[in-house]
Design a protein around this ligand. Structure first.
Ligand SMILES: Nc1ncnc2c1ncn2[C@@H]1O[C@H](COP(=O)(O)OP(=O)(O)OP(=O)(O)O)[C@@H](O)[C@H]1O
Length: 237
């Protein structure tokens, strides 16, 4: 079976600074991997490269078999990205934002309206559906970003610090969405500093440090969170 993500000798240099150094990575379909690592390790840069937001200096990225350099549109169709830049428009309402992105993905209008209602309900924004996003709190914007990322039923979820701004209730809603029948089979690659919470969700752990993977292992091979801390703690600084 073809991998959800295949990365080969991927490097990124900003100016003269090498940020990612010849990375190789394969993610199987349905895997839930989390990337840990200290500030500046290159985690967000890696997610941006996979999502085609930025281009590699060298190397290649394949998403569901699509080479992101050659077929970026097809690769993007597979991806739902949740990140710091929320990609939502302040002057539009929550519903209008989702409509805009849904139309971009070519979702037919009746299906789109149903999808928008469901997602707004799921993320707890029904009562705010017709309010402008510029009036939203950070957590409300993050809830809307979650709905936006899931709108086109992506097969690959790239989640960059998804808990940012979420209150405990919204964090649970988010985790339940990931475990829901619709998304439990999707592949997930998450970057997070919330070690314990992410460890509980994932089945594979990667540690990125100074642009290289210094650890890659399955959760089942570690003796719980304490085992992970013992093995990887020193790699996280
Ligand atoms: N557009 C850019 N131009 C120049 N340097 C950049 C750019 N984007 C990122 N960098 C640099 O690349 C390095 C890695 O940044 P990145 O955001 O990928 O780290 P990170 O592991 O996600 O860190 P954090 O945990 O703090 O979010 C940092 O030194 C950062 O300053």
């Amino acid at each position: 079976m073809e991998n959800a993500v295949s990365i080969r000798k991927l490097s990124k240099v900003f100016g003269k600074t090498p940020v990612l150094k010849a990375l190789d990575l394969d993610l199987k379909k349905g895997e839930f991997a989390v990337i840990f690592g200290p500030n500046g390790a290159g985690k967000t840069t890696l997610l941006k490269l996979i999502s085609t937001l930025i281009e590699p200096t060298e190397g290649s990225v394949f998403v569901s078999g699509f080479d992101t350099a050659e077929e970026p549109e097809k690769a993007r169709r597979e991806i739902g990205m949740l990140s710091h830049d929320s990609y939502i428009y302040g002057e539009l309402t929550a519903k209008e934002n989702l409509r805009f992105f849904g139309q971009m993905y070519g979702i037919k209008s009746q299906e789109l309206e149903e999808r928008i209602s469901n997602l707004l309900e799921n993320v707890g924004l029904v009562t705010k559906a017709d309010e402008r996003v510029s009036t939203f709190s950070r957590g409300m914007k993050q809830r809307l970003s979650i709905a936006r990322a899931l709108l086109h039923r992506p097969s690959l979820l790239l989640l960059d610090e998804p808990y940012t701004g979420l209150d405990p209730g919204a964090s649970l809603i988010f985790e339940n969405l990931l475990k829901s029948p619709e998304f439990e089979g999707s592949t997930k690659l998450m970057v997070s500093h919330d070690l314990e919470r992410s460890f509980a969700l994932c089945d594979r752990i990667l540690v990125l440090n100074k642009g290289k993977f210094v650890y890659d292992g399955l959760k089942e091979d570690l003796s719980g969170f304490e085992g992970f801390r013992e093995k990887c703690g020193s790699m996280l600084v």
